[in-house]
Design a protein around this ligand. Structure first.
Ligand SMILES: *[C@@H]1O[C@H](CO)[C@@H](O)[C@H](O)[C@H]1NC(C)=O
Ligand SMILES: *[C@@H]1O[C@H](CO)[C@@H](O)[C@H](O)[C@H]1NC(C)=O
Ligand SMILES: *[C@@H]1O[C@H](CO)[C@@H](O)[C@H](O)[C@H]1NC(C)=O
Ligand SMILES: *[C@@H]1O[C@H](CO)[C@@H](O)[C@H](O)[C@H]1NC(C)=O
Ligand SMILES: *[C@@H]1O[C@H](CO)[C@@H](O)[C@H](O)[C@H]1NC(C)=O
Length: 762
């Protein structure tokens, strides 16, 4: 009780903090009347009901203390707004212009007045009783017309095996976090199959095109085909059913789902039907060879492009309905056949024409990734030509990795096309604490005030989700703020609501994390987990850190000390595991340096000592740690894959997809470990096995006086890696062991060692 009143006093102080949010319509949003029609089609009542049901799912009977009112006429400039007030009988009335506005307004109240928190790794929704009163009107509004969410890769790295309950939960999270422009890519192959059949392809020609579920994102982008396939008919049926539910739910909140369109990427069979078509075969993608890569791309200027593109989009619209915005990417990580600006303009003009043929009001949403990933091709003339092939305001560009590599700033704001400033944050769904808090806190505001800015929104475009929940909560919240937040204060309040306690040591822990792992300021730093722990061992591994590990270790100590009374909070357990995991990842780097040092100096006893601790203690402890929390289980990922199957054969195919993506990523390790995960089971049977073989090989070399041969090691370790994919082992789907005991033991053993490594690592 005392705690609760203390927390609500703290809340009172937040009133001013929040009330500082004020109306400031972005001029850019108004400058594009072409985007006016991108709005929700659901009526006010439907949207209100959707929010009421969300609250029931989230708060149970306490949801009755919220009165939800959606009134579309509340905003006269298409910018979302929500007003909250207390009633005499202590209810909260939230009135907003869309369901999303109301949901995010309520979440703001829940966060800052009730100390609540909703995340991928647990909720903290113990509401104070009675609900804290609002003394006046709390107005939450945004200057960003659009809040975009997802990356085309998220569908493969994170949501590939999701069922409806998981989707439902995610869409709730989107609404609470104010997302109104989500990608809705599920089930698109089912429609492609119909279109290909209508065009005259037979079944084997279709099957040799679609990749397996875990690789569909790159099949859609024209990077690869067939690998991990063929897609079973049951897959199409399930995905289509899911997509109908996803779209209905998104729209019921007033969101604007983005649907897929045609990029020119075609099955080879089209060449049989249309030998006259102007088709280019691209070069190989990443380290693939042409057996699964080297896609066939139909020239957008070919009349067949218009035919296929509009046929597909008509089918999409017929089946899914539309909110008039479509995504497609023509040259994602692939070079166009010509750099002639006239050609590039013709390409985008044709792609857009194939959209408007099916929907005269179409808006093309394009990822701006290509301008960054192939920067030597995309010079100003090329970028401008591609962007100006489409009338100004009929396209929205995603500045996909704006926190690190913004493109708007050197393209005069995409040469007049509207854009969305996106935080990418994560590659491959990798585990690992990471963030660029300073950049995301200032970037969107700078972009908005950029001369002649065409910014129309902010977004989040992570390749994979379900890590670093703090970064996504911060980024979402910034969309509703007029100016950057005080990060230290924000981190403090985050700690309070994440754990439901105002304990100072936890606040300090989060401040330490914000000033270390979450404060990456290294220019051009690409957050791929390149820690030796999750990479194939060699004598030349990247051991850089972007932060001072001393702060991480201090935060660890504080979490460990707080743990006795907090283990029942899932959010706390998750963070305790995650921070301990991060510490052990850092220590692995330190052991790796010791091992290679000893090897170079030919000191066998030293090598054996360091390697012995790593192989026989640290890695097994790390595996036990991960196995003790439901959020870090390989077994869950595999089980989800399996439950997408209707028979043994499908189950086997999905199992291979699920395991290969995490490890080899390709038949022969083409982009190996790109999607690494520090998960219980995977740690034991993949990463630790690999380290075991490495150490064994080094010891053998010292014994025999032979040098270490990377090629020979790679061949041997490939067998270990492949062995994991086909080991047939079932991994636990429920946590095992006591996280508290395990973390304590690890702390007692490794904390002194962690402090010792500081000189070496910083
Ligand atoms: C599909 O067409 C190709 C090319 O004509 C042919 O080789 C293949 O056997 C056909 N497959 C089926 C299932 O009809
Ligand atoms: C086919 O496209 C290429 C460029 O991709 C172009 O150079 C060529 O003229 C086109 N051929 C025809 C027949 O349209
Ligand atoms: C902004 O737009 C105005 C009017 O088109 C133009 O005169 C000015 O040069 C632009 N400023 C910049 C920095 O591009
Ligand atoms: C992040 O690091 C920079 C210096 O690299 C520093 O100026 C800034 O205050 C730090 N931010 C936080 C939140 O600690
Ligand atoms: C291409 O890659 C596949 C899969 O790794 C391999 O089996 C095949 O031998 C390779 N083909 C060529 C021509 O290198």
């Amino acid at each position: 009780m005392e705690q609760a009143s203390k927390m609500s006093r703290r809340c009172e102080r937040c009133v001013l903090f929040i009330a500082a949010l004020s109306l400031c319509a972005a001029a850019a949003a108004r400058r594009f009347p072409t985007l006016e029609h991108l709005k929700s089609r659901a009526d006010d009542k439907t949207q209100g009901a959707a929010v009421a049901e969300l609250l029931r799912r989230l708060l149970g009977t306490r949801s009755a203390e919220f009165v939800v009112v959606v009134d579309g006429s509340l905003s006269d400039d298409s910018l979302d707004v929500c007003e909250l007030r207390s009633t005499k009988n202590n209810k909260i009335v939230a009135t907003g212009n869309t369901g999303v506005s109301v949901a995010s307004g309520i979440y703001n109240y829940l966060k800052y007045f009730c100390n609540c928190h909703v995340s991928w790794s647990g909720d903290q929704v113990a509401l104070p009783r009675p609900l804290p009163r609002l003394s006046g009107v709390l107005r939450i509004n945004t200057q960003h017309r659009f809040r975009y969410y997802q990356n085309v890769c998220t569908a493969s790295y994170s949501s590939v095996w999701w069922d409806w309950p998981r989707w439902e939960r995610e869409i709730d999270w989107m609404a609470l976090n104010g997302i109104n422009l989500p990608l809705a890519f599920t089930g698109q192959e089912a429609l492609w199959q119909e279109v290909y059949r209508a065009l005259g392809l037979n079944q084997s020609e279709i099957e040799e095109f679609f990749a397996g579920p875990a690789f569909l994102a790159w099949n859609r982008m024209g990077n690869l085909f067939e690998f991990g396939g063929p897609l079973p008919q049951s897959w199409h049926v399930n995905q289509l059913t899911l997509q109908f539910k996803i779209l209905e739910r998104m729209r019921s909140f007033g969101m604007i789902p983005v649907l897929p369109a045609f990029s020119g990427n075609i099955p080879r069979g089209i060449l049989r039907l249309h030998p006259e078509a102007n088709v280019t075969r691209l070069g190989p993608w990443a380290h693939f060879n042409c057996s699964y890569s080297c896609s066939y791309i139909l020239d957008p200027r070919d009349p067949l492009f218009l035919r296929i593109g509009s046929l597909y989009l008509s089918q999409v619209i017929k089946q899914f309905g539309t909110n008039h915005i479509y995504n497609t990417d023509t040259f994602n990580e692939m070079l166009p056949p010509s750099s002639d600006p006239a050609y590039l303009s013709a390409v985008s003009r044709s792609v857009f024409a194939s959209m408007t043929a099916a929907d005269p009001q179409a808006i093309w949403l394009m990822q701006g990734w290509l301008f960054f990933s192939a920067a030597s091709f995309w010079k100003p003339a090329q970028i401008q030509a591609l962007l100006h092939g489409v009338p100004l305001g009929r396209m929205i560009v995603l500045d996909l990795f704006a926190e690190t590599e913004p493109v708007f700033s050197y393209t005069e704001s995409f040469y007049g096309q509207p854009f969305i400033w996106c935080m990418l944050q994560n590659f491959g769904g990798n585990s690992g604490l990471f963030g660029t808090v300073e950049s995301i806190n200032s970037g969107p505001f700078e972009a908005l005030h950029f001369p002649n800015s065409t910014m129309v929104g902010v977004g989040m475009s992570p390749e994979g989700i379900e890590q670093n929940p703090a970064m996504y909560e911060l980024m979402s919240e910034l969309a509703w703020r007029k100016e950057p937040v005080n990060l230290v204060k924000w981190a403090s309040l985050y700690a309070v609501r994440r754990y439901g306690t105002t304990r100072d040591s936890l606040i300090t822990a989060w401040r330490l994390l914000f000033s270390s792992v979450y404060n990456c300021t290294v220019p051009h730093y690409r957050n791929h987990n390149h820690s030796p722990l999750v990479r194939r061992p060699s004598l030349h591994m990247n051991t850089d850190l972007w932060y001072n590990p001393a702060n991480l270790f201090k935060a660890w100590k504080l979490l460990i000390e707080a743990s006795p009374s907090l283990m029942s909070e899932e959010t706390f357990r998750y963070d305790l595991v995650d921070v301990t995991r991060e510490v052990l990842q850092v220590l692995t780097t330190s052991f790796y340096l010791d091992i290679t040092d000893a090897f170079h100096k030919q000191k066998l006893p030293e090598l054996l000592i360091s390697a012995g601790v790593l192989i026989y203690d640290l890695l097994p402890e790390l595996n036990r740690l991960l196995c003790s929390d439901r959020n870090f289980l390989l077994g869950k990922w595999l089980e989800r894959a399996k439950s997408s199957a209707i028979d043994e054969e499908e189950a086997k195919l999905y199992d291979m997809n699920a395991r290969n993506q995490l490890t080899l990523w390709g038949p022969s390790g083409e982009i190996q470990d790109y999607a690494s995960k520090e998960w219980g089971g995977l740690m034991e049977d993949y990463y630790a096995q690999r380290w075991g073989l490495f150490v064994q090989t080094l010891v053998g070399c010292l014994h025999s006086g032979q040098p270490f041969k990377q090629d020979a090691f790679d061949q041997a370790v490939f067998q270990v890696e492949k062995g994991f994919i086909y080991n047939g082992r079932k991994y636990p789907t429920e946590p095992q062991g006591d996280t508290y005991e395990i973390t304590r033991r690890i702390f007692l053993k490794y904390y002194p060692q962690a402090l010792n490594t500081l000189k070496r690592l910083s």
